[in-house]
Design a protein around this ligand. Sequence first.
Ligand code: PMP
Length: 457
Amino acid sequence: MYDNDISGVVAADRAHVWHHLIQHRAFDAKDPRIIVEGKGLSVWDQNGREFMDAVSGGVWTVNVGYGRESIADAVRDQLVKMNYFAGSAGSIPGALFAQKLIEKMPGMSRVYYTNSGSEANEKAFKMVRQIAHKRYGGKKNKILYRDRDYHGTTIGALSACGQEQRAAQYGPFVPGFVPVPHCLEYRAQWDVENYGQRAADAIEEVILREGPDTVGALCLEPVTAGGGVIVPPKDYWERVQEICAKYDILLHIDEVVCGVGRTGTWFGYQQFGVKPDMVTMAKGVASGYAAIACLVTTEGVFDQFRDDAADPLNHFRDISTFGGCTAGPAAALENMKIIEDEHLLDNTTAMGARLMAGLEAIKDKHAVVGDVRGMGLFCGAELVADRATKEPLDEKIVAAVVADCDRQGVILGMTNRSIPGFNNTLCLSPALISTADDIDRMLATIDEALTNVCGQS
Ligand code: PMP
């Protein structure tokens, strides 16, 4: 397919590619890794070395695994028929995927296509702001976000960023974004029995402080991903729902990581019985076979943009150029069919339980593991220097654990470059096709890496 030999590719990369997330000094001593092939859970680098990918493409994306010919076929067929048309026109896969998606999201109604998770969140923020103008004289425009949550890389989304290191040096930010406390009982801020309810009450306190008539929306990850794999309990969500209803605040759930099967249900919020007004999703929607993201709303939210047709400012005056690409919904349709045909939600629940049980056993064995958390194939292990004080393990040591797993041939993630002092959580999010053998290999690798780096405890 490509006429360059691989050393030419590495040289071209070194000379011209600006890699995401990394300080390029790291490439003074070693070549960048180029991933050249993938199949199932395996990827191969430029040296032909095979790795097991326990993080679905680095950032919890490739939910159905690599090398899916049926997705490639669906995308190819669609592209040669009609690749793109934007503006107010629709497309066949766009209509069919929207229908299929809404079938999986009772209570939701409309799908707005866009390119990335950040952009989907920006669209939601714009809707909140526009509703504030249309209904509340511009006043009810504040957007609450949670400490440790992340909603994207654009300046608007970074204005709603609960992870200090992601936002540092990129201000000034957009006004009207207000933080609320996180809900991580392991690092409790309140000494109470019903921690979830107390953390939700803290949201109400912020609303009352700001003035309920100024708050338009609350934006939350169902399970906080990059902020440390945090799973708030069900009673937290029940209170959150009550609070949003009480103050007429839109509940925006960011499913960019949890969406499309990652936790064992189609969407993370469905684990907790939440009824959102807006849901954003990206990564797993087409498992990275095409770039696609969606903002899904209720009919109630949609309705607010189609009343009073005489007003030229009435509708949602927004577009994404590549929201008109048909490759995305074509890939997303086939991706969803694979999840159904191969019963991957059930597999995720079963393999997720195996992964959590294995992580608990690792915690029993290694004192450096302070807490393990997760839901479905979305798990984390928080490493600490001291179990009693819960002092986070030095990030360099956590990175050494990840590097040791890599040396053993398993690619793992960690919460790095997000929260100073708390980049101490190992992250696992393997493809939903993972088998018991795959999970056991991941666990054995982590066990050995902890022994190698931190010593037997
Ligand atoms: N929301 C969450 C919860 C995310 O984890 C991310 C990406 N890591 C985003 C939004 C932003 O998505 P994207 O990178 O596609 O813009």
